[in-house]
Design a protein around this ligand. Structure first.
Ligand SMILES: [Zn+2]
Length: 449
């Protein structure tokens, strides 16, 4: 591990050979690893053996990447059902508990939290992947990295070790109250920080309230990494945070089931490169499960290629997005994913699919607003409607009805469907600002789409 820190800081790629590998070669590497992973899972997990036997498919039937379509899906429910069955980690776990050195859990926001176990090798692969993604954002040995992510059972917690692996200084702050975090920022002059987009925004507001100018008083910052909410992929949200702090913002994407970050932006910020030598991504029709061609929107589905404690095979993430395998201007050949939002937060108005991220894009783009918002989706006379609440910016005297009309028009233009209503509040009156994770989506539909 130690000599990894001797990489030349001018070197563009962390793992040049892997990151720029021609696609044909990369897919060959994936196939070999996939075949190993499937064989290992079949031989060591009672669940996988049973499920694949029932589907009439064996690991040796998988001769091409396309053959993976024959293997049954898994999802959160599979993990929940298998957890604790027969052993502590349950029927998806492929190693004895004594080989497990770390576990994360899911947030439990949609039911019982699931445990995600790692062997030491899994954990090392995980941190190596994080180092590579950090390097991709420009982090180097002389950087000070403030880790503003939760440490409590959360898979993003250990990522600070990935920053240290590449030689940066890890500042283990975690998800602490904003006053404490602002103090650490002032005291230690970090150059990088990772937090949720809402928190990055809220911290800036708090700093202003305390009389600071974030750009000037926290001028040591060069880069923010954000994840955990769709905001990082919304260009107007990124820009709002960039303007507030005077930094460059990169979006990362992770899953408690796999790694803290499975994909991250490069300097071109057109999608997130997935670490394809370790994770294979498919896009499937959310209703039929049919694999969709590259570029079509569907449910992002992941398969790990080297995880041993709990191989994740064809895991349906519940995220809707699309993939792009065309060469990126940065020279990396790994597929880029674009995430639109959660499947269960998508709503259909007049036959148009709308995601909360579409609304956020508009709210962050309109002048004279604080950028905070709340969406309420409900049924009326058997049709789905949506209502958006926004806040008028501090110091603005634009009449409420004029703001409402302007936002309504922008929403109609961007999403294709007009909201039933736009409600305007004064600065800070909406009450959605929460530290670390904001609640902005209220779903009152009788039946989810
Ligand atoms: Zn790129």
């Amino acid at each position: 591990m130690r000599d990894l820190r001797r990489r030349d800081p001018d070197q563009k790629y962390y793992d040049p050979e892997i990151e720029t590998m021609p696609r044909a070669e990369l897919e060959e590497l994936q196939l070999g690893k996939l075949q190993d992973e499937l064989k290992f899972a079949y031989e060591h997990s009672p669940y996988y053996k049973r499920a694949w036997d029932a589907a009439g498919v064996k690991p040796e039937d998988i001769k091409t990447l396309k053959d993976l379509e024959r293997i049954p899906f898994t999802n959160k429910q599979t993990e929940r059902d298998c957890q604790g069955v027969g052993s502590f980690f349950g029927e998806l776990c492929c190693v004895p508990e004594e080989e497990v050195v770390y576990m994360a859990t899911s947030s439990g926001s949609t039911g019982v939290p699931t445990m995600s176990p790692f062997t030491q090798d899994d954990f090392d692969d995980f941190q190596h992947a994080q180092s590579r993604l950090f390097w991709q954002t420009g982090m180097r040995r002389n950087d000070r990295y403030l880790h503003g992510m939760n440490f409590a059972l959360y898979v993003g917690g250990p990522d600070v070790i990935g920053a240290q692996e590449l030689g940066a200084l890890g500042i283990w702050v975690g998800a602490v109250p904003s006053a404490r975090l602002l103090w650490a920022m002032k005291q230690y002059q970090p150059t990088f920080m990772w937090s949720s987009p809402s928190y990055a925004w809220l911290l800036g507001q708090k700093a202003i309230e305390q009389g600071y100018d974030p750009k000037k008083d926290f001028g040591s910052f060069k880069t923010f990494i954000i994840s955990g909410e769709p905001g990082g992929s919304i260009s107007t949200t990124r820009k709002a945070i960039e303007d507030l702090w005077g930094v460059s913002v990169y979006d990362f994407f992770g899953l408690s089931d796999i790694y803290g970050a499975c994909a991250g932006m490069c300097e071109y910020k057109d999608g997130l490169h997935i670490i394809e030598d370790q994770i294979l991504v498919e896009v499937v029709d959310p209703n039929t499960g049919e694999v969709l061609p590259e570029g079509e929107k569907g449910e992002l589905t992941y398969t790990t290629l080297s995880k041993r404690a709990r191989p994740t095979i064809r895991f349906r993430s519940g995220d809707i997005g699309w993939i792009d395998k065309t060469p990126c201007k940065c020279g990396r050949t790994h597929t880029r994913i674009h995430v639109s939002g959660r499947k269960d937060e998508m709503f259909i108005v007049s036959a148009v699919n709308v995601f909360p991220s579409d609304i956020e894009h508009v709210v962050r783009n309109e002048k004279g607003l604080t950028g905070e918002y709340r969406i309420r989706v409900y049924d009326k006379n058997y049709t789905t409607k949506y209502e958006v609440s926004v806040e008028r910016a501090f110091g603005s005297d634009e009449p409420y009805d004029q703001i409402a009309k302007r936002v309504e028009g922008a929403l109609k233009t961007h999403t294709g469907v007009r909201p039933a209503k736009v409600i305007v509040y004064d600065t800070g009156k909406l009450g959605v600002s929460a530290e670390h994770k904001a609640k902005r989506f209220i779903d009152e539909r009788k039946h989810n789409n």
